[in-house]
Design a protein. Structure first.
Length: 570
């Protein structure tokens, strides 16, 4: 790998204190004038270095074709059928020169920003005192606050670096491991480290620096820094990394000790969630509302389910891209598949005249179905309805996306809404714990931990507002049947949150699932009654000989002069 030299840094200038820039640290400007020489004359340069690693977090709402990642899995189809980036995934034609999910360079730029900040901030107490009053009472308080905050920033840089390595490892497997800011005098041709070495690095970073992070921004005196890494987010990262490492893709021999490590890490997070002075995490009582607007933010009156969320400025891009075509301003965009809808369980007796009645409440919270209310009207996809599926750019699956979208936003008048992405939330951590515990100890052995796998799974199913029946011993008595229950619950609970594709890969289920056609529904009418059928929307291709890992960018292969070896099959 040859790393390009970074020449831009995120800038968040403060007049007197780090606290002054905390609210907008993710909404930064690029400034090329900040250099190491200014550190000794302007302490705000150090602040820009501290914020820089956050600048390379990707926008999860615009991952591919300016929209969600869901259509690359069996969760959804994309309305557009032309030469889109999603098509490259779905027909298996992406390659080392044209990968729509190529953030390789961006992630390494984020890593370099973290490395650079860590190297330049060793003497941060002195640097923060440059050109400022540290003697008078008020100024001394500001300075001391900055010193404390900079200590947190250093811990965050370690965890942010680990986060970027996790994102790289789930795409490429083993990758080059760089822990210093490389210069033109360094050997820039670096071979990839083994996958397990990357995971070990992530775990070591968390174990070493988790206690140097803010425990809980929500309950601290620095609540306006909410959105930065906390101890809970670091613990969640460790648990997720170890879960991936224990999964079949990376654990061919099913080494149970890997599952045990993942279970222990998830237990640490769950214990921390409820400990005095800990994270204070709990399941939200309103599943559907949690994903809308500012509800998930953990500061002020936000949800306690959120461990770490990425904030974005108000916009209408998500609604414009995904509202029904018959809603003024809508483009249909990502449309859920019937493959997914069919997996939502019935909570009550099925109604032969309405297939969406008496289903798991998470269906109505996540997906717009025919004859439901959305964007201020009742959706009618029958041939005479406003949402007639034969019209150009109407949903090809018979469904529209609801999760994350604000209802009835006036697009023609430029209405906007806040959108936030839950990178780590407590519901996901409970499911992670349930999976790891089942694989390590079975569904009903708690190994002295907080709870059994079954108990954790049922907490998610029984959350207020969802209240699905518990998965009992009669339903899932053994490790294998309970494994299926966990996979089902992740599919439903985490729909559209960018887990499904990676779950299918790490479970090695992709070669079966992603080679199946995407299904949709047909809608007609018999008098006033709707009549539903099923249809194939599109076929998919997943080549198991190579597609479990991404190809390294061809430009990186070429620059490495044989040092970086391409992943098999590419």
């Amino acid at each position: 790998m040859k790393l390009s030299r970074i020449n831009t840094l995120a800038l968040c200038l403060a007049a007197s204190s780090l606290l002054g820039c905390s609210k907008s640290f993710l909404d930064t400007k690029i400034d090329s004038s900040q250099t190491i020489e200014t550190l000794n004359s302007n302490y705000s340069t150090l602040i820009s270095f501290a914020n820089a690693p956050y600048n390379y977090l990707r926008n999860e709402f615009t991952m591919v074709d300016n929209n969600l990642f869901a259509p690359v899995s069996d969760e959804a189809a994309q309305t557009a059928t032309g030469s889109s980036s999603v098509v490259l995934f779905n027909n298996g034609s992406y390659n080392s020169a044209s990968n729509p999910d190529n953030y390789y360079s961006s992630y390494y730029t984020g890593i370099r920003a973290a490395n650079y900040f860590l190297e330049q901030s060793v003497d941060y107490k002195r640097l923060l005192s440059v050109n400022r009053d540290t003697i008078s009472a008020a100024a001394k308080i500001n300075y001391n606050n900055d010193v404390v905050n900079m200590g947190w920033y250093r811990g965050e840089a370690h965890i942010m670096r680990a986060w970027y390595y996790f994102e790289l490892s789930k795409r490429y497997g083993g990758v080059p491991l760089v822990t210093k800011a490389l210069t033109i005098n360094d050997d820039l041709n670096i071979p990839k480290a083994p996958y397990d070495s990357i995971i070990n690095f992530i775990v070591n970073e968390v174990d070493t620096y988790k206690d140097s992070l803010q425990v809980n921004w929500k309950t601290s005196a620095f609540t306006n820094n909410e959105g930065r890494f906390s101890k809970g987010a670091a613990l969640a990262l460790k648990a997720r990394a170890l879960l991936y490492a224990a999964s079949p893709l990376h654990n061919n021999g099913n080494d149970v000790t890997k599952w045990q490590k993942a279970a222990a890490a998830a237990n640490d997070l769950i214990v921390f969630a409820t400990a005095a002075g800990g994270g204070g995490y709990a399941l939200d009582a309103n599943y559907g509302n949690y994903f809308i607007g500012s509800a998930m933010l953990t500061a002020a009156n936000g949800s306690n389910e959120t461990i770490w969320a990425i904030r974005y400025t108000a916009s209408n891009t998500l609604e414009t891209n995904n509202y029904p075509i018959a809603t003024p301003g809508g483009k249909s965009g990502v449309t859920p598949s019937d493959n997914l809808v069919a997996d939502y369980e019935y909570k009550g007796t099925p109604d032969p005249t309405d297939p969406y009645k008496n289903r798991d409440p998470r269906l109505a919270a996540s997906i717009v179905t025919n004859n439901s209310s959305w964007t201020g009207r009742t959706i009618d996809e029958s041939p005479t309805g406003a949402d007639n599926m034969s019209q150009v750019n109407a949903s090809r699956t018979g469904y529209y996306l609801k999760k994350f979208l604000t209802n009835s936003l006036n697009l023609t008048q430029g209405g906007t809404a806040v959108h936030n992405w839950p990178v780590f939330r407590y519901g996901e951590m409970l499911l992670l714990y349930a999976e790891a515990m089942n694989e390590a100890y079975g569904p009903d052995n708690n190994n002295g931990y907080a709870r059994t796998a079954r108990e954790a799974l049922n907490l998610v199913r029984n959350r207020t507002g969802v209240a699905m029946p518990a998965v009992t011993v009669a339903i899932a008595a053994d490790q294998i049947s309970f494994r299926d229950a966990v996979k089902h619950e992740r599919r439903i609970e985490l729909a559209f949150e960018n887990y499904r594709y990676w779950d299918l890969l790490r479970w090695k289920d992709a070669e079966k699932v992603l080679n199946q056609p995407i299904k949709g529904v047909t809608v007609s009418k018999n008098g006033a009654a709707f009549v539903y059928g099923t249809a194939t929307v599109e076929n998919r291709v997943f080549d198991a000989s190579k597609m479990y890992y991404y190809p390294f960018p061809q430009s990186e292969i070429a620059k490495s002069k044989g040092t970086l070896i391409q992943n098999p099959g590419w």
